[in-house]
Design a protein. Structure first.
Length: 184
């Protein structure tokens, strides 16, 4: 039996994003985003309930300040006391996991969506995803970009405006483009 495009997407394989099921999921997510982003003045508990109903997992006291943007929502897992400031973007075609007490600055972008490097393959419209995993107690400065497939270890610090192109070990501070370890 052949697999659906959604099953391929979730497995991190090449998939066609224009598939009807995925387009329906994306449309449902856009409607949810409109509702969520309209709660900017709503109590935190109301926003938490909306997140919990839509995301894969939302820990206790997790907060995302609207406006917020994502592809699907169901691939996002937030630990306890996670905080994302205004204007964050998560391209969640596969799993994006953010550990407990991690704080993420405004306008940070987390990309799990990826594209073929080969131009001929790109012409076919195929895409794929690589999971992003962010440990507990991480601090990510505003405007940082986390690329597909990156793992950030617990307690790491990502400088504002950094572009994280490769894994970051636990407890390490990185900054720059591309992000590199910084000596204190």
């Amino acid at each position: 039996m052949s697999r659906t495009e959604k099953q391929k997407m979730l497995a991190g394989e090449f998939y066609r994003p224009g598939d009807d099921e995925l387009q329906a999921d994306a449309a449902a997510n856009m409607a949810w985003l409109a509702r969520y982003n309209a709660t900017i003045a709503a109590p935190v508990a109301e926003r938490h309930a909306l997140l919990s109903a839509h995301f894969g997992r939302v820990g206790a006291s997790a907060v995302i300040r609207p406006p917020f943007f994502c592809d699907y929502g169901y691939n996002i897992q937030l630990g306890d006391e996670v905080f994302l400031n205004f204007n964050c973007v998560i391209l969640d075609v596969v799993e994006v996991v953010i550990g407990d007490r991690t704080q993420i600055g405004p306008a940070t972008q987390i990309y799990a969506a990826d594209h073929p490097r080969d131009a001929e393959t790109r012409k076919t419209g195929l895409e794929f995803g690589r999971p992003v995993r962010i440990g507990s107690d991480v601090w990510i400065g505003g405007g940082a970009i986390i690329l597909p497939g990156v793992t950030i270890g617990g307690g790491a610090v990502i400088g504002a405006g950094s572009v994280v192109t490769r894994d970051v070990a636990a407890g390490i501070t990185v900054a720059g483009n591309p992000a590199r370890p910084r000596v204190a």
